[in-house]
Design a protein around this ligand. Sequence first.
Ligand code: SF4
Ligand code: SF4
Length: 620
Amino acid sequence: MSERRILLGNEAIARGVVESGCAVATAYPGTPSSEILPAIAAYSDEMGTNTQVEWGANEKVALEMAIGACYAGKRSCAVMKQVGLNVAADPFMSVAHQKLDGGLLVVVSDDPGCHASQDDQDSRSYASAAKIPCFDPSDAREAKAMVADAFDLADRYGIMAMLRPTVRVDHCRQDVEIIENVVSQRDAVFDRKPAGKRIVMPAVIHGFLDDHSARFEAIRGEFGAMDRYNFEVPSEEPANLGVIACGISYSVVRDILNRLGRKDVSILKIGTPVPLPVNLVEDFVDRHDRVLVLEETQPVVEGQIPNRTAVMGRWNGWVPKTGELVPEVVESVLLRALGVKEDLSDREVFNKIEEELSPERRRPRLCPGCSHRPAYFSIRKVFPDAVVASDIGCYGLAIAQNAVDTNICMGGSVTAASGIYLAFKADGKGTDRPIFATLGDSTFFHSGMTGLATAVYNRHAFVLVILDNRITAMTGGQDHPGTGDKMRSGEEGVSVSIEEAVKGCGVKWLSVLDPYDIEKNKKTIEKAWEHASSNGEPAVIVFRHPCITMLKVKPEYRPVKVDPSVCIGCGICIRDFNCPGLVWDQATGKAMVDDRYCVNCGVCVAVCPKGAIVPEGGDR
Ligand code: SF4
Ligand code: SF4
């Protein structure tokens, strides 16, 4: 039985995973992939499958769990975003060469244009480096179909396969056919023979290399015949241009050609970029005088074309070398390739409307009522000159209140603080300047613990601040080992104590605070640095307050106001506290509360040095 439903791209992928009989699905949340795993849990509940659905503490953990399940002969799947693949790169590369028992699928969502990421990397390059097959969907429907084919290929060849949707595929909506049947799977077995089959060591891997290469070439042949993903849309008139389009760029270029009414462009759609079905591509290139390659983000397909003399793409700068291929960019490149002067009238109209509306451009910053804001405010009040290493998560947005100085990658705050301490120590000034590392609860479990253990071991003096808002907030509110909650209905987890983990790493000084209590916190922050600097070891503060946007029951707060007769217009509340609920009144040169954004949390009452911010109706 089948039906059609309007699904988000990520839901379509999730549905494909459950229909494919995947036994174990794991992930670490990261935009644009975050909705996939919860949707797998929901479909598994709906379809009554026994799919095991788990968040890993990080992407490496998630992938290794999926690999373990695959070793036991099951279909398994690990989901992450492109930067997460860097964390998982170690097991990813190791397992790529092995001959697996089950079908292993890695879903890696790329983010061309860095909408919610610190880089613009192209995961197809990882697939190429690992010599594993990669599917590059152009819409939700195709993404779901590719999941089934990727599992089939992975099963038959005993190889890991990759599905690499990009953000526009993850977040598009499309009607998709779903079925109730689930591909049946064999029972879990762990075959110990031949001995050492799952051991990654040179003597074993040598035996895999030729076979792995042969599998890769055989899959190239299969991809050449996979005409549902790799096909030509011939031009209706003699072709002036050939376009090779991958992923979402295929959907974009088709829309543009339809709108422009151009019938003199033929398209070769490539849905399996690694290994590239080269014969198909060479034949297309041979039949066209000029060929434009549209792919996000790096020239992965273009780089595999043997003869590129007639090819225009990212290598030779025909297509912008970085960034997302949004429709405006594709249209501009396409028209240039066709020798047509771009009609900018639409854009001019748009610019004029935008100018008339003059929308206010605001820098990203923490939400009103966010508990991270008072935590950072307190640190900066006590130590304005401290070096504050931040991490990947909402708290990085505290840059807007000038509260953070570095931001590398998940868990990188702890190790950066260690490095900064060592740099000062090398000059004989190890504790001259206060050093803080700040990261969230989920990030602590992701990869903060290893840095903390290293810092304890090596006696690095800094204060680690764990901003525990009881959720993985930036990616939309996923659970993690600290929350103890799970996705499948009826399943209960165990909350792992951050305090116990910190103590387990060997930390001797630990304090747990409510970040809203600014006055009390300032004294504790002072004491923490005093301990770290005088004992030559890390001290830890856990600031614990649930994310205000994810509270199921909102507390009853009383509104606040700025008393203009007391406000002296110093700007501290705007500049250093930076809550969107506080705005500058140009007319009076004083602060005021903006009711559109204020959530009445009342934290700013403690921020004003003059006591000008007051709860309405008197003291709380
Ligand atoms: S409300 Fe207080 S902190 Fe804000 S500008 Fe006025 S006096 Fe300064
Ligand atoms: S009460 Fe103050 S801190 Fe809380 S949201 Fe309103 S302006 Fe921001």
